[in-house]
Design a protein around this ligand. Sequence first.
Ligand code: MN
Length: 741
Amino acid sequence: MSALASPSAPASPADAIPSADDLVARVKSYHPKADEAKLRRAYDFTRDAHEGQTRQSGAPYYSHTVEVALLLADLRLDVATICTGLLHDTVEDTEATLNDLEREFGPDVAQLVDGVTKLGQMNLRSKRTKQAENLQKLVVAITKDVRVLLVKLCDRLHNMRTLHFVAKQEKRERIARETLEIYAPLARRIGVNRVCVELEDLAFFNLNPAAHQSITKRLTELRTLRSKEVAEVSASLSEELLAAGLDARVFGREKRPYSIWRKLEKKGVGFEDIADIYAFRVLVEDPTDCYRALGVIHQRWRCVPERFRDYISVPKPNNYRSLHTTIIGPSNLRVELQIRTEDMERIAEDGVAAHWRYKAGSYAFDPGAAAAAGGDPVERLRPLMEILNQGGDPDEFLEHAKLEMFANEVYAFTPKGDLIALPGGATPLDFAFAVHTELGHTAIGAKINGRERPLRTPLANGDVVQIVKGGERQPPAGWEDLVITGRARAAIRKLIRSSETDEFVRIGKVIAEHAFLREGKVFRETILEDALKRLDVDSPEELYLALGRGQVTSGELVEAVFPGMKEMRGQRPQDRDRIDDDHGQLYVHGRGLTPGVSLHFGSCCSPIPGDRIVGVVESGKGVIVHAIDCEVLAAHEDDATDSWIDLKWTPETQNTVSVGRVTATVRNEPGVLAEMAGIVGEAGGNISDVKTLERTHDFFTMSFDVEVFDARHMSNIVAALKTSDRVVSVERTREVGEELG
Ligand code: MN
């Protein structure tokens, strides 16, 4: 197995730096014809170029580049890639230029170093939300040459191995998280499992040392406890296979702390369920032997049928091939087995790197060998790139880019491919506000992966979200419920406040204009100066706002601007007496109505002159006047007929003003309220109060109290309102609706 540094046993800064001889020997072990002189030149180049620079550990900087080269040699890569490992930081961190490298080491090495340098520069922008965006660029870059990624992965691996030397915890965590979210998944994607699991464990160790420690401790305990059984099972397996004429290597394998941790996070799984399993790997000569070994083992011990997998017949997308089975093995122990050839093992561990070999005299990546092993793994990256660019299958992205440790995150993309990281459960509206506050404000709809979806739809990983914009800012009341991010919520609240204020100011201005019009005056803001003081407001806007909100009536405004005018001019719509409980008797007469009896207008139906009316005698209350179609009357149907009184409006009512109520549902568009107020004013009505009943994304339902002469006047106003194409429905209200503050 691979020689992995344990996170708990960090390398000492005093460790000797491997020499050029060490490196050459390592490369020659798998690549005897390697260009030794070139390797030595690159070794000297990195040592000299980084001279005087040190790592945070205190070690000379070039110790890092040499270690990266050795890691690449462990993957048995070509000389150009090893040289790139040695030189990968020279352009970024030293005086050396790409031209220097091209002259010294050829265009191949220069291009590879360029690719690695560019990836490194992206990492400088290390904001969390930028990371997966980097991933996208990374993938695009490496699909040109997978060696760039292999160098970058080994670079990251060595940096992770020495991460404990980084003083700032914040920086350590950032690097660890980036490793877990970007580099480890990419390593897995191209099958370089050995690097992937070490990256994961090192990241896990840095992000959650306590959990890492406790898992490691329990693993150690388990190992001690069951060492005897492991040896016995291993021996029994070997014996059985040997007896069948199979030459097999059998060894126990341990689960990685991070892989246990991920599984522990799933509900209903305990440590024992995962870790207390006897796991073995059986390596044989060729694929046929895999099936023979399987047959031998299944014949000898009972298998657990649902646990059997044939990844030789159907390899995993990253070319992983193996047989998996679980048996009730020796001593009734549950034993997990992976049966594969040495070649499959190599691919399982090194992935794409397993396909470097001699062909036509040169040692290089062999696409043919890769294809024979189940397809070019580099090709496997292309779908990921496409997912990142265009959306595609979200599950695919989920599998590779989402990590359970940070599962509460959603990565969605703009149509241009920019990545937006959001908390789980976020909606397109959150997305819009995350892109830009203005985009959130103007959003009226969303297309997710090309299809129109409601703005409340929770986003999934990999969704491509296109925000449909409206022409103007939408008053987004009610949208607060559609978002979960603080940023979106704060922006919406702010806009609700300002847009409602805007609306009321507009209404108030229209009310003021019409109030002046009725007085036969031309409205000018300058005329308000004295009135502002009397009404205790600071500015015309504040006055309009108060008018629009009904805090100041138009009558009060006129009185404030023209003191004493009410007395002088007599009756004007807003000044004339309103029909109310105290004066009802003046306007209504009828047979059987006792003079002097207390008369009230039902608040249930608010009858106004012109309505057909009826009175109901209620003991202790007097007579209540209802509109003939009032629903409350139904409750009195069984009453004695003499409690009903036929009533008529008196002719005097022609000179009075009544207050009726209109409920209108209008499109939630800027300016719509001012338009309503204008229509009412032009029809001779006078809005005395406005209440918001309901406000949704699309519609706005409100009630107006309107001063009118009679029911016919009211009908005219309702009809006038209906002429507006922004009015969805409008009707005279009989009952007072539930008012929202
Ligand atoms: Mn480096």
